[in-house]
Design a protein around this ligand. Sequence first.
Ligand code: HEM
Length: 185
Amino acid sequence: MKGIIFTEFIAFMEAAHGPDFSDDVIYESGLAERAAYTSVGTYDFSQMQMLLTAFCKKSNSGLPDALRSYGRFLSRTFQSKHRDMYAQYPDIIEFVSSVENHIHMEVRKLYPDAQLPRFDVLERTPDRLVISYRSCRPLVDLAAGLIEGSAAFYGQEATVRHRRQVADDGEFHIIELDAQQAVLQ
Ligand code: HEM
Protein backbone atom coordinates (compact mmCIF):
# COMPACT_ATOMS: atom_id res chain seq x y z
CA MET A 1 0.00 0.00 0.00
CA LYS A 2 1.35 3.42 -0.95
CA GLY A 3 2.91 5.52 1.81
CA ILE A 4 0.59 8.45 1.09
CA ILE A 5 -2.27 6.37 2.53
CA PHE A 6 -0.21 5.98 5.76
CA THR A 7 1.13 9.52 6.01
CA GLU A 8 -2.35 10.95 5.43
CA PHE A 9 -3.84 8.57 8.00
CA ILE A 10 -1.41 9.98 10.56
CA ALA A 11 -2.37 13.52 9.49
CA PHE A 12 -6.05 12.51 9.85
CA MET A 13 -5.51 11.26 13.41
CA GLU A 14 -3.65 14.45 14.31
CA ALA A 15 -6.35 16.69 12.85
CA ALA A 16 -9.15 14.79 14.58
CA HIS A 17 -7.58 14.02 17.97
CA GLY A 18 -4.26 15.87 18.24
CA PRO A 19 -0.61 14.80 17.94
CA ASP A 20 -0.38 13.04 21.32
CA PHE A 21 -3.33 10.80 20.43
CA SER A 22 -1.71 10.00 17.08
CA ASP A 23 1.65 9.15 18.71
CA ASP A 24 -0.14 6.90 21.22
CA VAL A 25 -1.95 5.03 18.43
CA ILE A 26 1.32 4.47 16.54
CA TYR A 27 2.99 3.26 19.74
CA GLU A 28 0.06 1.04 20.76
CA SER A 29 -0.22 -0.44 17.25
CA GLY A 30 3.27 -1.91 17.74
CA LEU A 31 4.62 -0.28 14.57
CA ALA A 32 7.96 1.43 14.22
CA GLU A 33 7.87 5.20 14.61
CA ARG A 34 6.15 7.41 12.02
CA ALA A 35 9.42 8.64 10.51
CA ALA A 36 9.62 5.29 8.74
CA TYR A 37 6.84 6.25 6.28
CA THR A 38 7.35 8.33 3.15
CA SER A 39 4.50 9.17 0.79
CA VAL A 40 6.15 7.46 -2.20
CA GLY A 41 7.23 4.30 -0.36
CA THR A 42 5.24 1.07 -0.42
CA TYR A 43 4.32 -0.79 2.77
CA ASP A 44 2.45 -3.93 3.73
CA PHE A 45 -1.29 -3.52 4.09
CA SER A 46 -0.99 -5.49 7.36
CA GLN A 47 0.71 -2.39 8.81
CA MET A 48 -2.31 -0.28 7.88
CA GLN A 49 -4.54 -2.85 9.53
CA MET A 50 -2.48 -2.60 12.74
CA LEU A 51 -2.85 1.20 12.71
CA LEU A 52 -6.59 1.01 12.01
CA THR A 53 -7.14 -1.52 14.80
CA ALA A 54 -5.23 0.61 17.33
CA PHE A 55 -7.07 3.76 16.15
CA CYS A 56 -10.51 2.14 16.54
CA LYS A 57 -9.67 0.85 20.00
CA LYS A 58 -8.36 4.19 21.24
CA SER A 59 -11.09 6.33 19.66
CA ASN A 60 -13.80 3.82 20.55
CA SER A 61 -15.07 3.81 16.98
CA GLY A 62 -16.06 1.05 14.59
CA LEU A 63 -13.91 0.25 11.56
CA PRO A 64 -16.54 1.26 8.94
CA ASP A 65 -17.01 4.71 10.54
CA ALA A 66 -13.26 5.22 10.94
CA LEU A 67 -12.62 4.33 7.27
CA ARG A 68 -15.42 6.60 6.06
CA SER A 69 -14.16 9.57 8.08
CA TYR A 70 -10.63 8.93 6.87
CA GLY A 71 -11.90 8.70 3.27
CA ARG A 72 -13.50 12.16 3.60
CA PHE A 73 -10.24 13.55 4.99
CA LEU A 74 -8.15 11.88 2.26
CA SER A 75 -10.39 13.30 -0.46
CA ARG A 76 -9.55 16.82 0.76
CA THR A 77 -5.84 16.00 0.41
CA PHE A 78 -6.45 14.72 -3.11
CA GLN A 79 -8.49 17.83 -3.93
CA SER A 80 -5.57 20.09 -3.04
CA LYS A 81 -2.78 17.85 -4.39
CA HIS A 82 -4.57 16.81 -7.58
CA ARG A 83 -6.96 19.69 -8.18
CA ASP A 84 -6.57 19.34 -11.95
CA MET A 85 -8.02 15.82 -11.84
CA TYR A 86 -11.18 17.11 -10.14
CA ALA A 87 -11.45 20.27 -12.24
CA GLN A 88 -11.79 18.25 -15.45
CA TYR A 89 -15.23 17.03 -14.38
CA PRO A 90 -18.44 19.02 -13.96
CA ASP A 91 -19.92 17.04 -11.07
CA ILE A 92 -19.50 14.13 -8.66
CA ILE A 93 -21.30 11.60 -10.89
CA GLU A 94 -18.93 12.27 -13.80
CA PHE A 95 -15.91 12.31 -11.50
CA VAL A 96 -16.64 8.97 -9.81
CA SER A 97 -17.56 7.42 -13.18
CA SER A 98 -14.03 8.27 -14.31
CA VAL A 99 -12.05 6.85 -11.38
CA GLU A 100 -11.41 3.50 -13.07
CA ASN A 101 -10.52 4.72 -16.57
CA HIS A 102 -8.93 8.06 -15.85
CA ILE A 103 -8.22 9.03 -12.22
CA HIS A 104 -6.61 5.79 -11.10
CA MET A 105 -4.85 5.48 -14.50
CA GLU A 106 -3.15 8.80 -13.72
CA VAL A 107 -2.40 7.52 -10.21
CA ARG A 108 -0.68 4.50 -11.78
CA LYS A 109 1.61 6.85 -13.77
CA LEU A 110 2.58 8.64 -10.53
CA TYR A 111 2.95 5.43 -8.50
CA PRO A 112 3.59 2.46 -10.86
CA ASP A 113 3.44 -0.08 -8.02
CA ALA A 114 0.06 1.11 -6.66
CA GLN A 115 -2.42 -1.71 -6.03
CA LEU A 116 -5.70 -0.18 -7.02
CA PRO A 117 -9.25 -1.47 -6.71
CA ARG A 118 -11.49 -2.06 -9.74
CA PHE A 119 -14.68 -0.07 -10.29
CA ASP A 120 -17.29 -0.85 -12.97
CA VAL A 121 -20.21 1.45 -13.74
CA LEU A 122 -23.49 -0.49 -13.56
CA GLU A 123 -26.07 2.29 -13.74
CA ARG A 124 -25.81 6.01 -14.36
CA THR A 125 -28.25 8.93 -14.49
CA PRO A 126 -27.51 12.65 -13.88
CA ASP A 127 -28.14 12.26 -10.13
CA ARG A 128 -27.46 8.59 -9.44
CA LEU A 129 -24.54 6.25 -9.98
CA VAL A 130 -24.24 2.55 -9.18
CA ILE A 131 -20.78 0.99 -9.37
CA SER A 132 -19.19 -2.27 -8.33
CA TYR A 133 -16.02 -2.29 -6.21
CA ARG A 134 -13.60 -5.19 -6.36
CA SER A 135 -10.45 -5.32 -4.27
CA CYS A 136 -8.32 -7.75 -2.32
CA ARG A 137 -8.60 -5.27 0.56
CA PRO A 138 -11.64 -4.60 2.77
CA LEU A 139 -11.75 -0.87 2.04
CA VAL A 140 -15.23 -0.26 0.64
CA ASP A 141 -15.91 2.27 3.43
CA LEU A 142 -12.79 4.17 2.43
CA ALA A 143 -14.25 4.40 -1.07
CA ALA A 144 -17.58 5.62 0.37
CA GLY A 145 -15.80 8.37 2.34
CA LEU A 146 -13.70 9.37 -0.68
CA ILE A 147 -16.89 9.76 -2.73
CA GLU A 148 -18.69 11.75 0.00
CA GLY A 149 -15.68 14.01 0.47
CA SER A 150 -15.20 14.50 -3.27
CA ALA A 151 -18.82 15.66 -3.66
CA ALA A 152 -17.90 18.73 -1.57
CA PHE A 153 -15.51 19.83 -4.34
CA TYR A 154 -18.55 20.23 -6.61
CA GLY A 155 -20.70 21.78 -3.88
CA GLN A 156 -22.97 18.74 -3.93
CA GLU A 157 -24.61 16.71 -1.18
CA ALA A 158 -24.06 12.98 -1.67
CA THR A 159 -25.53 9.91 -0.05
CA VAL A 160 -23.41 6.77 -0.39
CA ARG A 161 -24.61 3.28 0.51
CA HIS A 162 -23.01 -0.07 -0.17
CA ARG A 163 -23.78 -3.76 0.11
CA ARG A 164 -21.83 -6.97 -0.29
CA GLN A 165 -22.50 -9.32 -3.19
CA VAL A 166 -21.25 -12.86 -3.65
CA ALA A 167 -20.51 -14.09 -7.17
CA ASP A 168 -18.96 -17.26 -8.63
CA ASP A 169 -15.59 -15.54 -8.94
CA GLY A 170 -15.60 -14.15 -5.38
CA GLU A 171 -17.24 -11.34 -3.47
CA PHE A 172 -17.53 -7.69 -4.38
CA HIS A 173 -19.49 -4.63 -3.28
CA ILE A 174 -22.18 -2.56 -4.94
CA ILE A 175 -21.83 1.16 -4.18
CA GLU A 176 -24.83 3.44 -4.74
CA LEU A 177 -24.32 7.19 -4.97
CA ASP A 178 -27.27 9.58 -4.93
CA ALA A 179 -26.24 13.16 -5.50
CA GLN A 180 -28.15 16.38 -5.14
CA GLN A 181 -27.19 19.18 -7.48
CA ALA A 182 -26.07 22.24 -5.53
CA VAL A 183 -28.18 25.36 -5.99
CA LEU A 184 -26.15 27.74 -8.16
CA GLN A 185 -25.50 31.17 -6.63
C1 HEM B 1 -7.84 12.48 -7.55
C2 HEM B 1 -8.43 11.53 -6.87
C3 HEM B 1 -7.76 10.24 -6.41
C4 HEM B 1 -6.43 9.93 -6.26
C5 HEM B 1 -5.23 10.83 -6.51
C6 HEM B 1 -6.36 8.55 -5.77
C7 HEM B 1 -5.20 7.89 -5.44
C8 HEM B 1 -5.10 6.67 -4.82
C9 HEM B 1 -3.87 6.06 -4.31
C10 HEM B 1 -2.46 6.65 -4.39
C11 HEM B 1 -4.20 4.88 -3.74
C12 HEM B 1 -3.24 3.89 -3.03
C13 HEM B 1 -2.92 2.68 -3.86
C14 HEM B 1 -1.97 1.75 -3.13
O1 HEM B 1 -1.95 1.76 -1.92
O2 HEM B 1 -1.18 0.99 -3.75
C15 HEM B 1 -5.63 4.75 -3.88
C16 HEM B 1 -6.34 3.69 -3.40
C17 HEM B 1 -7.70 3.65 -3.36
N1 HEM B 1 -8.57 4.49 -4.03
FE1 HEM B 1 -8.08 6.17 -5.03
N2 HEM B 1 -7.62 8.05 -5.66
C18 HEM B 1 -8.49 9.04 -6.03
C19 HEM B 1 -9.86 8.99 -6.05
C20 HEM B 1 -10.57 7.92 -5.58
C21 HEM B 1 -12.01 7.90 -5.47
C22 HEM B 1 -12.99 9.02 -5.85
C23 HEM B 1 -12.33 6.69 -4.97
C24 HEM B 1 -13.70 6.16 -4.69
C25 HEM B 1 -14.51 5.82 -5.66
C26 HEM B 1 -11.09 5.96 -4.72
C27 HEM B 1 -11.00 4.72 -4.14
C28 HEM B 1 -9.84 4.11 -3.69
C29 HEM B 1 -9.79 2.98 -2.78
C30 HEM B 1 -10.98 2.28 -2.12
C31 HEM B 1 -8.43 2.68 -2.58
C32 HEM B 1 -7.80 1.60 -1.66
C33 HEM B 1 -7.27 0.42 -2.41
C34 HEM B 1 -8.26 -0.72 -2.49
O3 HEM B 1 -9.46 -0.56 -2.18
O4 HEM B 1 -7.86 -1.82 -2.92
N3 HEM B 1 -10.05 6.74 -5.13
N4 HEM B 1 -6.16 5.83 -4.56
